[in-house]
Design a protein around this ligand. Sequence first.
Ligand SMILES: [Zn+2]
Length: 79
Amino acid sequence: MMDRSVTSAESIERALQAGEDAGLRYVYSGNISIGKGENTCCPKCGLSLIERSGYFATIKGLNGMFCSSCGENIAGVWE
Ligand SMILES: [Zn+2]
């Protein structure tokens, strides 16, 4: 796919917003630094649950399968 141009940050931000507007709960971007769009946040309180930077991801705000701030059940497999 080297014959395609790079997707712009603006396009990715629009895609993130479209996902949130459609009701998706865990929308994030990948491999691009555009602020909090890289992270997975709690859909109830907004706490950053998983923080990403480049290819690295760190679980920050989970207590087992629950948000460590508000206790929201966060869907996923956390091992
Ligand atoms: Zn929460």
